[in-house]
Design a protein around this ligand. Structure first.
Ligand code: IMP
Ligand code: MG
Length: 178
């Protein structure tokens, strides 16, 4: 285990199992639809790529990049679009893929932004959720795990751009970010 990690919260196997279930459910729910998955860079990339492999119906992938966090661990509440979609989503069934929801500010903003482009449907799939930190209401269609209010890294999630490559979700040691 990485020396900066206090505890492994979800192992690679636990994550794979959960993602397999989510992929099966999506494949069933969206059968016959024009599904587009939109990954929010960069935290969602590992979740997104594992999830895509578990989806058995035709689908497209796209990415957006937004900024709401610097290298600090607190949400600024300000969301900026750094990279927009390559595809038109009008009339399509869109699933936003996120690593973790904290305040909910990022997704709230993105939902409003994307809804204006008139997709047929617009939903959220999120691997992890911190319910205790929520500031705005968000409906999440597919959720992996509710997690306690710790700063988590790995499986795509970073602290100051580090730890994204860890194959598990871990709790960062307090002394690293305090
Ligand atoms: P929100 O807008 O406050 O919900 O922030 C969501 C974004 O903050 C996520 O997509 C992550 O990129 C980042 N984030 C929130 N909590 C954590 C965490 O515990 N570890 C790493 N990134 C986090
Ligand atoms: Mg993110």
């Amino acid at each position: 285990m990485n020396n900066d990690i206090k505890e492994v919260l979800y192992s690679e196997d636990e994550l794979k199992d959960k993602i397999r279930q989510m992929g099966a459910k999506i494949s069933n729910d969206y059968s016959g639809k024009e599904l587009i998955l939109i990954g929010i860079l960069k935290g969602s990339v590992i979740f997104m790529s594992d999830l895509l492999k578990e989806i058995t119906i035709p689908c497209k992938m796209d990415f957006m990049a937004v900024s709401s966090y610097g290298s600090s661990t607190q949400s600024s509440g300000v969301v900026r679009i750094l990279k927009d979609l390559d595809f038109e989503i009008q009339g399509k069934d869109v699933l936003i893929v996120e690593d973790i929801i904290d305040s909910g500010v990022t997704l709230k903003y993105l939902m409003k932004y994307l809804r204006a482009r008139k997709p047929n449907s617009l939903e959220i799939i999120c691997l992890l959720n911190k319910p205790d930190r929520r500031k705005v209401d968000i409906d999440v269609k597919y959720l992996g795990f509710d997690v306690p209010d710790y700063f988590l890294v790995g499986f795509g999630m970073d602290y100051a751009e580090k730890y994204r490559n860890l194959p598990y979700v871990g709790i960062l040691k307090d002394e690293i970010y305090k």
